[in-house]
Write a protein that binds this ligand. Structure first.
Ligand code: TYD
Ligand code: MG
Length: 452
């Protein structure tokens, strides 16, 4: 009998290595590689013939599956209009961010609308989940609840019950008895997710898999499951802030990059239907270093405040502390300001932050970031009634952004009267807001700060 050959798998990214190493070449993680039995030995003999599979053509008309609305509008938006039957979803996020709370609320909401919904917790006892449900005012919802980690038993139960929705909280606690590794290892997480996704497709059950984002390498993160599921949602937010963002990073049934905004309260998560108003909430007198960015998150415009602080450094190397923005992009903007506009930031500490805990990844935020930096450096406030957007290229030219009209409409709705935008933007029809267009950063700097 051939003895099983062990392999070495990175617990962070799932890359397979021939031998152990301290650092994973694929993801750069340290101490993340562990020895594991391989997932499958493969077919014993190649001579074995499989069954022929049925082929069909592309023109066959399948009726679109009806989507089930959760009754929580922000969640439906991220799902692309509602839950698709027989789909597999992954909800990832840091421990303690509120995944269980969100999914318990969603399960209860689906159940109240008549869908058969099960919530399987591998982390908490049923009494704990019940207590939380009571605190959230959900105790009367007809949710089927169980505390279990043995996936074989769970699948047997699901097969009998045939619910419309099953939530598995979390995948890292589940184990299959035919896989010889500890729960939470890449092999277990992968095999368990594979079984769950297969079950969802075969039996027409929508399965939601919860996955903790893990910092150290002992436990597999949700990334190893991402490619198996139809939809990947991440629940993000700063622990200190009450705001939570549910972001679709992959969606086979709707737009990716859509966000839903929630607020963590004493009674669980409540929806925030007007995020712009929220992210701009405590703006009082104009202060230097603050710029409002008119951004687009998914299909919806969201205004956010970019805050900058620039101060002489007390250390040998100047600090660049960036929260909520890509630090690589910020370095590029600093370099363009220095090289194209002659405004050096050497010897100055730079702190940048997006108010409210939102993460901004759009290149169109460049101009607002540059404006916040300059405003902080020159100690000149940007007129409070103006918003900015536009991508800065390495030459210092400003590039028009997508969906300009939506950005302008949202800004006008919130009482802004001026938009600073790249020349050549497609303005469309917007009332109540004037546009000041600049073709490059130098022109903008000269006009706004009298330098350049
Ligand atoms: P939880 O849903 O357990 O997080 P996860 O499943 O992602 O690990 O949320 C835990 C946090 O949420 C906890 O720190 C307390 C907070 N919380 C509230 O503020 N209000 C509430 O009503 C609930 C249920 C939790
Ligand atoms: Mg939890």
């Amino acid at each position: 009998m051939a003895k099983p050959t062990f392999q070495f798998t990175c617990q962070a990214c799932g890359a397979v290595h021939k031998k152990w190493a301290g650092r994973c070449d694929a993801c750069g993680g340290w101490n993340t590689i562990q020895e594991e039995a391989p997932l499958s030995q493969g077919p014993r003999a190649l001579g074995n013939k499989g069954r022929t599979i049925q082929l069909t053509d592309l023109a066959t008309q399948e009726p679109l599956p009806p989507r089930a609305s959760s009754g929580i509008a922000e969640l439906d938006r991220v799902l692309g209009g509602g839950l698709v039957p027989a789909s597999a979803l992954l909800v990832g996020g840091d421990p303690g961010i509120g995944k269980s709370t969100l999914l318990l609320q969603a399960t209860a909401s689906f159940a109240r609308q008549g869908m058969k919904a099960l919530y399987i917790s591998g982390e908490e006892a049923t009494a704990q989940v019940r207590m939380r449900a009571q605190r959230l005012g959900l105790a009367d919802a007809p949710v089927g609840l169980a505390a279990e980690t043995n996936l074989r038993d769970i699948l047997t139960t699901l097969d009998q019950e045939r619910p419309g929705l099953a939530v598995i909280d979390s995948i890292q606690t589940m184990w299959l008895d035919n896989v010889e590794s500890a729960p939470g290892s890449v092999a277990q997480v992968r095999a368990s997710a594979h079984e769950l996704v297969n079950f969802a497709k075969k039996r027409g059950v929508a399965v939601v898999i919860v996955g903790h984002v893990t910092k150290e390498g002992q436990i597999a993160g949700p990334r190893v499951v991402e490619h198996m599921v139809d939809t990947v949602l991440y629940f993000e937010g700063e622990r200190g802030h009450q705001f939570r963002i549910l972001r679709a990073v992959k969606n086979r049934f709707g737009p990716a990059d859509e966000i839903g905004v929630f607020e963590m309260t004493g009674q669980g998560l409540s929806q925030v239907t007007n995020p712009s108003a929220l992210f701009l909430s405590d703006r009082g007198n104009p202060v230097p270093g603050s710029a409002v960015f008119a951004g687009i998150e998914g299909t919806r415009p969201v205004l956010t405040e970019i805050q900058a602080l620039v101060a002489p450094t007390t250390l040998g190397t100047a600090r660049r502390t960036v929260v909520g923005l890509d630090s690589g992009r910020v370095s590029t903007i600093l370099a363009v300001l220095e090289a194209r506009c002659g405004i050096p930031f050497a010897g100055l500490d730079v702190f940048l932050n997006v108010a409210g805990g939102l993460r901004v990844s759009e290149p169109a935020s460049d101009l607002a970031v540059a404006a916040a930096l300059l405003s902080a450096r020159e100690d000149v406030a940007i007129p409070p009634e103006s918003v900015l957007f536009g991508e800065i290229s390495l030459s210092g030219a400003l590039r028009p952004a997508v969906q300009t009209e939506n950005r302008l409409k949202e800004a006008a709705k919130l009482g802004f009267t001026t938009a600073i935008a790249p020349a050549g933007s497609k303005l469309g029809q917007t009332e109540g807001i004037g546009v000041r267009a600049f073709s490059d950063l130098t022109a903008f700097v000269g006009e706004m700060f009298g330098a350049g």
